[in-house]
Design a protein around this ligand. Structure first.
Ligand SMILES: O=C(O)c1cc(=O)[nH]c(=O)n1[C@@H]1O[C@H](COP(=O)(O)O)[C@@H](O)[C@H]1O
Length: 255
């Protein structure tokens, strides 16, 4: 997979990534069994599940035919991150995250490691810009970064692009700016998705699926609105339909 990956995700249910934020493999397996007999959902495995279920469980998911976004948000010295990407690349996952704030040398080292380990079908690398739980106050007052959240996200996205990343994680509020200022081919992946009237939980920069897709997000990441619902498959289908009905396809053309 590479910067040309977007067309592979054109179908609405492939643009919707379900965050499997469960404490253990047993709960994640039970949740996924609801999809039996249907198209498999595109899933995200984050730190909580990865640290308890382990790499072999993730490899089992990819072998079973799931598209997997492995979200471990790597951030360390270039040598260490390259080693981690090398280990993860062998799991057959589609996407891996690292923090753009780790800098260009760290991202370049990750890219080289992914290529060496996986050859042609390497995982796509996504740089996390400013997390969707960050707002302007936190950015300026706690982290000491001046300017707006959008400026910081654009700055990190530029860095990510120059370092050879395939895409970025950003809120729906910045995806359109990234597409315009940096390039349409940079994949924009957006968490912080909520349906109208839903609680934000710990998220700050949230959007509805329709607003995010119309704004320029290629892929949407949805956790609690799906995994905590009474009928996760129905909510998954509803959001996929909202993506389908939105006016923009994942190449940026009007649908
Ligand atoms: O990299 C991510 O996936 C991510 C980046 C970010 O800025 N914000 C963010 O919420 N996420 C992840 O997206 C998911 C959002 O979950 P919900 O808020 O429950 O929909 C979680 O698994 C987060 O770890």
């Amino acid at each position: 997979m590479s910067v040309n990956a977007v067309p592979a995700f054109r179908e609405a249910h492939k643009r919707l990534i379900v965050a499997l934020d469960f404490p253990c493999a047993h709960e994640a397996d039970r949740f996924l069994s609801r999809w039996r007999g249907r198209e498999k959902p595109f899933v995200k495995v984050g730190m909580q599940l990865f640290y308890s279920a382990g790499p072999s469980w993730v490899a089992g998911l990819t072998e079973a035919g799931y598209s997997v976004f492995l979200d471990l948000k790597l951030h360390d010295i270039p040598h260490t991150v390259a080693g981690a990407v090398g280990s993860l690349a062998s799991l057959g996952v589609d996407l891996i995250t690292l923090h753009a704030a780790g800098g260009s040398r760290m991202m370049e080292a990750a890219r080289e490691a992914a290529e060496v380990k996986s050859g042609e079908k390497r995982p796509g690398l996504l740089a996390v810009t400013q997390m969707t739980s960050t707002d302007g106050r936190m950015l300026n007052d706690e982290l000491g970064i001046p300017g707006s959240v959008r400026d910081s996200v654009l700055n990190l996205a530029h860095l990510a692009r120059r370092a050879g990343m395939d895409g970025v994680v950003c809120s729906g509020g910045e995806a359109g700016w990234i597409k315009e200022e940096i390039g349409r081919e940079l994949l924009t992946v957006t968490p912080g998705i909520r349906l109208e009237g839903q609680v934000k939980d710990d998220q700050k920069r949230v959007m509805t699926p329709e607003a995010a897709v119309n704004g320029g997000s290629d892929l949407l990441v949805v956790g609690r609105p799906i995994i905590r619902s009474q009928d996760p498959v129905a909510v998954w289908m509803d959001i996929a339909e909202r993506i389908q009905m939105s006016g923009r396809d994942s190449d940026g053309k009007e649908a």
